[in-house]
Write a protein that binds this ligand. Structure first.
Ligand code: AMP
Ligand code: ZN
Length: 468
């Protein structure tokens, strides 16, 4: 599987450190508001990446942090007159609801920054030992960028531009302000009651620190893959590398991947520009999570994606085409039609696999899916497709769907678990079929359908799927 590594600025074949196991860290949301669909472009890109790794047979351990303390969350809590926890809790809850709405698979760990302050303090202590941290007059602690030789390797900064001793206290800043950044921020009145004790006095961690501390805790000092939106590359990811490698003396991450922005009218969709839609805004307008997912994943992740309502309408039409095809095939697959199995089946899966394995080539992957839809529709119309071939095509759609998460969207709990009552009906159905009671079998099929489960009989016995 080839991926574009931002560190190497080249496509590379991904080779995990541990046999067949990819350890990956994805920068998660700052929970001071509802995530907007620009953020979800990043999370759906990471979902496609995760699913493609699984598609290739890798085991994946994914960690996504929840930034529940930083400049923005503290400002929000103070403005709302509630504690930091009370302020962030509803946004964390909303975030998980949104992930489900978009059929994004769950990561293995969602550590929160406020739950890992001791780990962050320990990391700063290591940086002191290695001469990479210093205290400022106001009780804050800064990373000494000039003392860390590797600084700038990800963003390819020119070290000549480093102004010795220049410091930035804010969590987010531009390349022009390249300088020493805050590891620990000494308490001041604008922090309200948000503070932790540390060897350097009361204060709170800087934003960048949490990702280094939590990724090391859950994934080890060196791990495979780290992702985020392109705006995270500098300073956030550059600083993560400095903190982690500065403290451990080991390489931090082997492959870095970044997605381009979701744009509106040529500008990055962002809260500060005010040009954003949350998922809730769009659901409220009658668009489905499935349609929104379609728009977000239907492009190459390294290309900016322009958000339009025309794209949502096109998604609705494309999904209807897919659904129509799946419906026709499902009907045919349960019958006894004879005919041929077209070569297009193997070719479509081949093209799809090649596409996703070449740096997540989603445009080509969708092209392979629709080529099969076209071919199937035409064969169904000409009555040339056998029941067996129809079932085989459905299996190819299912295989593709392990990456896309679009064709069979209903199974949004990601577990694929079949409820006990469905299992029971399936057993009953097997019994009546064994007794050749076809009417009874149909009755149970209808009952399952009314519960939202579709049964298909294949060579290996009956299969059920949740349908929307
Ligand atoms: P934040 O909550 O601002 O820390 O951002 C969470 C994630 O969303 C990060 O990976 C960002 O890089 C990403 N992100 C923010 N805005 C956009 C956008 N317009 N398009 C794509 N990704 C974005
Ligand atoms: Zn991060």
């Amino acid at each position: 599987m080839l991926i574009y590594n931002s560190l190497a600025r080249d496509k590379e074949s991904i080779q995990p450190l541990e046999d067949n196991h990819i350890r990956m860290y994805t920068c998660g949301p700052t929970v001071y508001n509802f995530a907007h669909i620009g953020n979800f472009r990043a999370y759906t890109f990471e979902d496609i990446l995760r699913r493609t790794l699984l598609f290739n047979g890798y085991r994946v351990t994914q960690v996504m942090n929840l930034t529940d303390v930083d400049d923005k969350t503290i400002r929000g809590a103070l403005a709302a007159g509630v504690s930091l926890n009370e302020f962030t809790h509803p946004f964390i809850k909303a975030f998980f609801e949104d992930l489900t709405k978009l059929n994004i698979q769950k990561a293995e760990f969602y550590p929160s920054a406020t739950g890992h302050v001791p780990e962050m303090i320990a990391l700063i202590e290591k940086l002191f030992e290695r001469g990479l941290a210093y205290r400022s007059e106001d009780g804050s602690v800064y990373f000494n960028v000039a003392n860390f030789e590797g600084y700038g390797k990800l963003s390819r900064l020119d070290r000549a531009n480093l102004r010795a001793g220049a410091r930035v206290a804010q969590d987010e800043y531009e390349k022009e302000n390249y300088g020493d950044f805050a590891l620990w921020k000494g308490w001041d009145a604008s922090d309200g009651d948000v503070m932790w004790d540390s060897p350097w006095g009361r204060g709170r961690p800087g934003w960048h620190l949490e990702c280094s501390a939590m990724s090391i805790k859950y994934l080890g000092e060196t791990f495979d893959l780290h992702t985020g939106g392109i705006d995270n590359l500098f300073p956030h990811h550059e600083n993560e590398i400095a903190q982690a490698e500065g403290a451990t003396g080991k390489p931090f991450v082997r492959y870095w991947m970044h997605c381009a922005h979701l744009r509106v009218n040529g500008e990055k969709m962002s809260k500060s520009l005010g040009n954003f839609f949350t998922l809730r805004d769009l659901l409220g307008q009658g668009w489905s999570g499935r349609e929104i997912r379609y728009v977000l994943i239907n492009g190459h992740y390294r290309q900016p994606l322009n958000f339009t309502f025309t794209a949502l309408e096109a998604a609705r039409a494309a999904l209807a085409r897919i659904d129509g095809c799946v419906e026709a095939l499902t009907e045919l697959a349960s019958g006894a039609e004879t005919g041929t199995a077209p070569d297009a089946i193997a070719k479509a899966l081949n093209d799809f696999t090649k596409a996703v394995n070449d740096d997540l080539g989603m445009p080509e992957a969708f092209a392979a899916l629709f080529a099969l839809v076209r071919e199937s529709n035409s064969l169904v119309q000409q009555k040339k497709l056998s029941a067996e071939a129809a079932a085989a095509i459905l299996e190819v759609f299912d295989r593709m769907d392990t990456v896309l998460g679009l064709v069979r969207f209903g199974n949004a709990d990601n577990t694929g678990a079949i409820p006990a009552e469905v299992e029971l009906l399936l057993k009953e159905r097997a019994a009546v079929r064994a007794a050749k009671d076809w009417a009874g079998s149909d009755r149970i099929r209808e009952q399952l359908a009314s519960m939202g489960w579709e049964v298909r009989d294949s060579k290996d016995g009956p299969k059920v799927r949740k349908v929307t």
